[in-house]
Design a protein around this ligand. Structure first.
Ligand code: TXA
Ligand code: MG
Length: 337
């Protein structure tokens, strides 16, 4: 199959919408990461998503909408708090897990009786959803396990030949996936995956915000998983990623002791000198690091890096999402220096 690269102009989005209506798969830019979109209510189209990504069948997909009224068509028993959060954070990087209605096929929800719903903020995504007249299931557009795509070229690298088209909507501005939450009760939400909407922001609407322990800690055997995605190795480049926690001086000492061929360092903007291996900078604060992280990890593979030592980000604000992705990319290999 030939994968066409489309622009984000209306005429091209109309082409992509026709493909979606025809049961085909399209790479869709969002403000978080690129998604691999198909008609959420067409089990055959959704099966195509799982096949193209090599995704485990029990890992549910997020359903994307462009109109708030769609929420009650797809989900039921919706807490009032969910509407308040939608009002405040949509369109934007927040996914809410709600009880699903029967129109959501089991394959889309990974066999669960809930569904994750989000309204993305990228104009091309909103236009694609509106022009197709459908709700779109869209996981991140990477091959399962690999870092998510934040540029059209990343989508092409992973999906060329497997899907009908990719819409080039430019670089993703958030750079990490949406915050996924579930509702414990009318006043309490639980963050299952940290993302662009922070705990602090959620606390402006919800009385309590629980950070699920699986966000920062490796699952122990037999532990219940509230979000299937937490079970799997994630965001990993081919290169071996090791996270290092400590000052830049201590980081340099440690990395230099382990210097060698194809060893790289991923450091903060402002970290200067002192390293005996080539380094790449991924930003100076949480939002910049979120924006650059996946692209930097992919670049490490382009450089054929064997091992990448990464300076651990501050797990605060959006930095919590960056920390969460990195610790998974590193398979929980964290060294304190
Ligand atoms: O920003 C994003 O969320 C991107 C863009 C494309 O919208 N999408 C994305 O989808 O990251 P994906 O499939 O790569 O990640 C969705 C995560 C998975 O970890 C999945 O297990 C969890 O959300 N999830 C989805 N539906 C769920 C449900 N009903 N219950 C619990 N977890 C769910
Ligand atoms: Mg993903």
């Amino acid at each position: 199959m030939e994968t066409i690269l489309l622009s984000a102009e209306t005429a091209d989005i109309e082409k992509a919408a026709a493909m979606i209506k025809n049961g085909e798969l399209v790479g869709m830019p969002t403000e978080t990461v690129y998604g691999l979109a198909a008609n959420a209510t067409d089990p055959k189209a959704v099966a195509g998503i799982f096949a193209a990504k090599g995704r485990p069948a029990d890992n549910p997909l997020i359903v994307h909408i462009a109109e708030l009224r769609k929420l009650s068509e797809l989900a039921e028993d919706i807490p009032v708090l969910a509407y308040r959060l939608a009002e405040k954070f949509w369109p934007g990087p927040l996914t809410m897990i709600l009880k699903k209605k029967p129109c959501i096929p089991d394959i889309t929800s990974g066999g669960l009786d809930t569904v994750g719903i989000r309204m993305p903020a990228h104009p091309a995504a909103l236009e694609l959803i509106r022009k197709s007249g459908l709700s779109l299931a869209a996981p991140s557009g990477n091959v399962s396990g690999y870092p998510s795509p934040t540029k059209a070229e990343h989508m092409m690298r992973d999906m060329n030949g497997k899907i009908s088209a990719v819409i080039d909507g430019g670089d993703c501005t958030v750079g990490v996936e949406s915050t996924v939450i579930s509702f414990e009760n009318e006043n309490t939400v639980r963050i299952l995956r940290p993302g662009g909407v922070t705990r602090e922001q959620l606390l402006e609407e919800a009385e309590n915000v629980i950070i699920d322990p699986a966000i920062l800690h490796e699952l122990t055997e037999g532990q219940t998983v509230r979000s299937p995605g937490m079970k799997y190795q994630h965001y990993s480049p081919i290169a071996h990623v090791i996270m290092i926690e400590g000052s830049y001086e201590a980081f340099c000492l440690y990395v230099n002791e382990n210097a060698g061929e194809n060893i790289y360092a991923l450091v903060f903007d402002g970290d200067e000198g002192g390293l005996a291996v080539p380094s790449v900078k991924y930003g100076c604060n949480g939002s910049e690091q979120a924006q650059n992280l996946f692209s930097c990890l992919r670049d490490m593979d382009e450089k054929a890096a064997k091992t990448v030592y990464v300076r651990a980000p501050e797990p605060e604000g959006v930095g919590l999402a960056v920390y969460n992705r990195l610790i998974r990319a590193a398979g929980f290999e964290v060294i304190q220096v």
